[in-house]
Write a protein that binds this ligand. Structure first.
Ligand SMILES: [Zn+2]
Length: 325
């Protein structure tokens, strides 16, 4: 006697499915013991697995949180903001967006510069996608129009101009608009004799603009030279990471170079150098602490002391009274 057996299976999403294992037209559905047994088996508590359904949710589970890229602990965004984006568990310095960085530095923001500059696509550059499309994606992702933000305002009793690179915007790459904005910041600093502070975080020149982006190295260097001649202070804070054409121009031409702990700073990447010199380069090669030992960086400053340090240096360089003293 042949029989058709239809067996309910419990799927992961709690849906049932059927398997047919016979050829006969005589259809019977097993709805008695095996079906009930299947459900009860699914709902049966697993020995050794603690069910904590009634346990109250922690702040990390209810609040938007960020994972520390160093120790992988979850930190609520509120805790991160209050701790200046430094991990409270391992002291790792997480990246800050350019806008947050400047609003954190300046007690009073009087205005923003360079918003009128818009990137063009003179080379009609296409890599895996066209340059304008890539720009649009970066703008949507970051909410910024370009990779450099310039603001002016007050740092305690000092009027300063400050700019910051946003690494999330196409790797903080320097195109012609970044050059335009930096030069405008330097010109304002020069005209009003206000010190200039730059937070660098960049992968280098923007390849989509070819030679035009490389020209920004010369333009920014010339603007900084005019500041130097006029005796207007220019401080660079090297944050993680600074590479390529930005290192080779505006990031290494400061009167004083500060760096955040463990920031990666260099011209070519470590792997490229290793392939060229055929040597293995061990940690902390290209780290801020390594560069401090070799005289490239003047001081490695913890983010919690960074504003105080910048202020003390600027007050000294501008011969202004130090209100913290
Ligand atoms: Zn951490």
């Amino acid at each position: 006697m042949s029989q058709l057996v239809t067996k309910p299976l419990i799927m992961a999403n709690n849906m049932t499915d059927t398997i047919t294992t016979s050829q006969n037209n005589n259809t019977t559905t097993d709805t008695d013991n095996s079906n009930v047994a299947g459900h009860s088996w699914f709902n049966r508590p697993v020995p050794g697995v603690k069910q904590q359904l009634s346990a109250p949710l922690t702040a990390v589970e209810t609040e938007p949180s960020t994972e520390c890229s160093s120790c992988h602990s979850m930190i609520t965004n509120t805790a991160l903001i209050f701790n200046c984006y430094v991990c409270p568990h391992c002291d790792h310095h997480l990246p800050m967006s350019a806008r947050e960085r400047l609003q954190w530095l300046l007690e009073q923001v009087d205005g923003e510069l360079g918003q009128e500059f818009v990137a063009k696509d003179p080379l009609r550059f296409v890599d895996s996608k066209p340059y304008p499309e890539r720009m649009k994606e970066a703008q949507t992702k970051t909410g910024e129009s370009e990779a450099l933000i310039v603001m002016y305002g007050k740092l305690r009793n000092l009027d300063i101009v400050a700019c910051a690179f946003d690494f999330r915007f196409m790797g903080g790459s320097m195109g012609s608009v970044v050059g335009d904005r930096f030069v405008q910041a330097a010109e304002k600093a020069l005209a009003e004799r206000k010190p200039l502070v730059c937070f660098a975080a960049s992968g280098g020149a923007r390849m989509q603009e070819g030679l035009l982006s490389l020209m920004q190295m010369a333009r920014t260097a010339a603007a900084i030279e005019r500041l130097r001649i006029a005796g207007v202070p220019y401080i660079v804070v090297l944050t993680n990471p600074v590479y390529g054409g930005v290192t080779a121009s505006l990031a290494m031409l400061g009167d004083i170079h500060l760096a955040e702990p463990k920031a990666m700073i260099g011209f070519a990447g470590k792997r490229v150098i290793e392939q060229t010199v055929r040597e293995t380069l061990e940690e902390p090669f290209q780290r801020a602490e390594f560069l401090l030992e070799h005289g490239v960086v003047d001081e490695v400053v913890h983010r919690h002391q960074l504003i105080d340090t910048i202020y003390r240096l600027l007050a000294k360089l501008c011969s202004q009274p130090n209100v913290m003293a």
